[in-house]
Design a protein around this ligand. Structure first.
Ligand code: HPA
Ligand code: ZN
Length: 338
């Protein structure tokens, strides 16, 4: 990649909108936490873990991802996990991050909801103090479980309502359409929570339309299969609905065969508000900066396009309006200098 774009990517202030905090569990931390808790891992070494990260679809990843979560047990574990993420994010010039977390994965193992919230909150506070990074929490419902389970999870999170910005929907998409979660999203929105959902990663374009019309989400996570429905793409442009795209995730989970064939640039050039994010960086081989670099190289993104992507993320965020305006101005200043 030309050095000017490399330099721009390093300098651009970034907003991360699609990041599962459990997906930042690096093998080294998995081993150290397993040691701390006397937990057995099905791997002999860190290298063996990395070798096991050869996925052929979303489910083959999710099986390892949920198993890895077993080492996260106390408040300090969640703190260490999130702090390690913020340290890497700061190195990539992330200034604001909206973190997904999966409470059902933890409560099902007997970890109390308050342990998860407290550990993440400690790290979010420290990241603000140390690095100036602002952050929000988005509680994701696991779509392979029932809506009743999601409703009970939302109820259990109500004592922590003030710590939450929104709700999301993740896990195995095929056969678990957004329509399954209409009531829980209606309830969350009635509580003033913002709404996003994974749709159109492995599932059809129709799931994106359902997420918009039935769950009333403000952003679509992934959404790359939207181009199977040209009218939907036109709608995304017209209604300025952001897509939180994760290039390295799409490559690792075989959503695309080759990054050169990714539709990210095509959607960007059509005017869709696409953004670049890292999804589960410990599993997919790169944090946000690496995702910007991989997409820019494979798709020959120009200087102006990279700036647009960073601006799209700032606009698509749930930051307060004044912070957003100020960030957009910083992005423009940095871009002009780079
Ligand atoms: N898709 C769905 N569920 C997930 C993902 C993803 O990319 N990462 C973590 N949970
Ligand atoms: Zn995701």
């Amino acid at each position: 990649m030309p050095t000017d774009r490399e330099h721009l990517i390093r300098c651009l202030p970034k907003v991360e909108l699609h990041l599962h905090i459990e997906g930042t569990l690096e093998p080294e931390m998995m081993f150290s936490l397993a040691g701390k808790h006397g937990a057995k891992l099905p791997y002999a070494s860190v290298e063996a873990v990395r070798k096991a990260y050869a996925f052929h679809d979303l489910q083959s990843f999710l099986d390892l991802y949920y198993a890895g979560c077993d080492v996260l047990r106390d408040r300090r574990d969640f703190y260490a996990l999130a702090m390690a993420y913020f340290t890497r994010a700061h190195a990539d010039r992330v200034v604001h991050a909206e973190l997904f977390f999966d409470p059902q994965t933890h409560t099902a193992r007997g970890i109390p909801m308050e342990v998860v919230f407290a550990g993440l909150r400690d790290a979010m506070d420290d990241a603000h103090r140390r690095y100036g990074i602002t952050s929000d929490l988005i509680l994701c419902f696991l779509r392979h479980l029932s809506e009743e389970d999601a409703l009970a999870t939302l109820d259990a999170a109500l004592p922590f309502r003030s710590e939450l910005t929104g709700v999301g929907l993740d896990s195995g998409e095929k056969g678990n359409p957004p329509s399954k979660f209409q009531r829980v999203f209606a309830k969350a929105r009635s509580l003033g929570l913002r709404a996003v959902a994974h749709a159109g990663e492995e599932g059809p374009a129709g799931y994106i339309t359902e997420a918009l019309d039935l769950l009333h989400v403000e952003r679509i996570d992934h959404g790359v299969r939207c181009d199977e429905d040209p009218a939907l793409v036109e709608r995304l442009v017209r209604e300025r609905i952001p897509l939180t795209v994760c290039p390295l995730s799409n490559l690792k989970l075989c959503v695309v065969k080759d990054l050169k064939q990714h539709n990210f640039a095509k959607l960007l050039r059509k005017g869709v508000a696409v953004t670049i994010n890292s999804d589960d960086p410990a599993y997919f081989g790169g944090y946000i900066g690496e995702n910007y670099r991989a997409a820019a190289t494979a798709l020959e993104l120009t200087h102006a396009e990279l700036v647009t992507v960073a601006e799209n993320a700032a606009r698509a965020s749930f930051m307060p309006a004044t912070a957003k305006t100020s960030l957009l101005s910083t992005i423009r200043t940095e871009a002009a200098r780079a």
